[in-house]
Design a protein around this ligand. Structure first.
Ligand code: SF4
Length: 348
C-alpha cells in the first residue's frame, strides 16, 4: 500500500486485501483490526469468522508494477533490490480469502521479478498447499511449488513464544523456499531456536540446519536448511505487553553463534531504563518478578518485591523506546537469492 514503509525490515508494503481472523496470543492487539474498526465506524467489518475480506483497488494492485519498473533507480540509490512486505493488514494464507485472489497475487509476483516479496504469515501450515493450488491453476497442472520455489519469494512465520516455535517452525521448514525467516513480534516469552523437538520422534536445529532423526528404515534423514533471518520486536500500541530484555538478548546471542542475520526491530511500548535516562521525569510503571509480568504490578511502589537482577521497565511509547539493544542497533538482513546468499547490512 505504501511506497515507503515505516516497518524497519521492509521498503514497501502491499496489501492485496484487508481482513483476517485472530489466530493466537500474538493477535491479541492486532493493529490491523483496530484500523479496520476505525474506518468501519467502531466495528471491524472484515474481521473474524464469516466476515468478508475486502480486496484492495485496482489502482493499488498497479503499485508493485510501478516499483518493479523503478528497479534500476532503486538499486542505484540503495545498492540492493526492493523488499515488499505483502499483507500487513491481512494474511496471505487466510482460508477465508477467495482462492482466485491468491492466484492473482501470485501472478503479480511473477510479473514483478525485480521485487523481493516477503510473505509473512501466522498460518504457515497453509502455505505450501495454497502456493501449490495457485500454481496448479496458473500452470495448468504442469508445475508444483516444490519444483522451483521462486527466488523472489521469502516465506516467513510469525512466532510469539516457544509453543508457537515448536509448532510452526517445522511447518516453515517444510515449505519449499529460497529464504525462510521468523518475525518474533510481539515476543511474549523466551524462545530457544537452537533445538526444536518434534513430538519426541525427531529434533531439528533451525539455526544451523541439521536434523537428528531417522526414516522408517532407520536411515538418517537429510539435513534441513538453516533459517535465513530472525526479526525480534516488542509489542506496541494500547494494551501492549512488555518484552523481557533477556528474551531479546538470548535470541541475539543464538543468532550470533549460528551466524544467522538478526534484526532487532523495536522495544515496543516498554523499555529498560538504560534507554530512557534522558527522558527526565519519567515514572517507573512496571517491573519483572520471578520472570513474570502482570498488569497488577503496575501499581507496585518502586521497590516492593523487586528482585535486583530483574529489570524495571518503563512505558515510554514505541518511538521513545527505540530499537537499541544493550547499546547496539542490530540491523542485519539476508541477501536476496537474486544477488547471492551472503549476509549483509550489519550495522552496530
Ligand atoms: S494474523 Fe495478523 S492480521 Fe490477522 S488477526 Fe493476527 S495479527 Fe491481525
Amino acid at each position: 500500500m505504501t511506497e515507503r514503509s515505516n516497518i524497519e525490515w521492509t521498503d514497501a508494503t502491499f496489501n492485496p486485501w484487508e481482513g483476517c481472523q485472530k489466530m493466537g496470543l500474538g493477535c491479541d492487539h492486532c493493529y490491523a483490526e483496530t484500523r479496520n474498526a476505525r474506518f468501519g465506524g467502531g466495528v471491524a467489518p472484515n474481521w473474524g469468522p464469516g466476515a468478508p475480506r475486502r480486496r484492495t483497488s485496482a489502482e493499488n494492485w498497479r503499485q508493485p508494477i510501478k516499483w518493479n519498473a523503478e528497479h534500476d533507480a532503486f538499486v542505484a540509490e540503495h545498492g540492493r533490490r526492493r523488499r515488499v512486505f505483502c499483507a500487513s493488514l491481512a494474511d496471505v494464507f487466510d482460508n477465508a480469502v477467495d482462492p482466485q485472489w491468491r492466484i492473482d497475487l501470485l501472478q503479480l509476483i511473477a510479473d514483478t521479478p525485480n521485487l523481493d516479496w516477503l510473505l509473512l504469515t501466522k498460518r504457515i501450515g497453509n502455505a505450501h498447499q495454497m502456493l501449490d493450488a495457485a500454481l496448479d491453476v496458473m500452470s495448468h497442472g504442469l508445475t508444483r511449488w516444490a519444483d522451483y520455489p521462486w527466488p523472489n519469494v521469502w516465506i516467513g512465520a510469525t512466532i510469539a513464544n516457544q509453543i508457537e516455535a515448536d509448532r510452526d517452525i517445522p511447518k516453515l521448514m517444510a515449505v519449499p523456499a529460497r529464504v525462510r525467516f521468523l518475525s518474533m513480534e510481539p515476543l511474549l516469552g523466551p524462545v530457544d531456536l537452537t533445538r526444536i523437538d518434534i513430538n519426541g520422534w525427531a529434533e531439528i536445529y533451525p539455526l544451523t540446519g541439521t536434523t537428528e532423526c531417522t526414516d522408517d528404515d532407520g536411515n538418517p534423514m537429510p539435513d534441513i536448511p538453516a533459517l535465513d533471518w530472525i526479526i525480534v520486536g516488542g509489542e506496541s500500541g494500547p494494551g501492549a505487553r512488555p518484552m523481557h530484555p533477556d528474551w531479546a538478548r538470548s535470541l541475539r546471542d543464538q543468532c550470533a553463534a549460528a551466524g544467522v542475520p538478526f534484526l532487532f526491530k523495536q522495544w515496543g511500548e516498554w523499555t529498560p531504563g538504560v534507554n530512557v535516562e534522558r527522558h527526565a521525569g519519567i515514572v517507573k510503571t512496571a517491573m519483572w518478578l520471578n520472570s513474570e509480568w502482570s498488569v497488577g504490578m503496575e501499581s507496585l511502589a518502586a521497590d516492593d518485591g523487586h528482585i535486583d537482577d530483574e529489570p524495571d521497565l518503563y512505558r515510554v511509547g514505541k518511538k521513545a523506546a527505540g530499537r537499541r539493544l544493550d547499546g547496539c542497533t542490530h540491523n542485519e538482513f539476508p541477501r536476496s537469492p537474486k544477488e547471492g546468499h551472503d549476509h549483509v547490512n550489519r550495522e552496530h
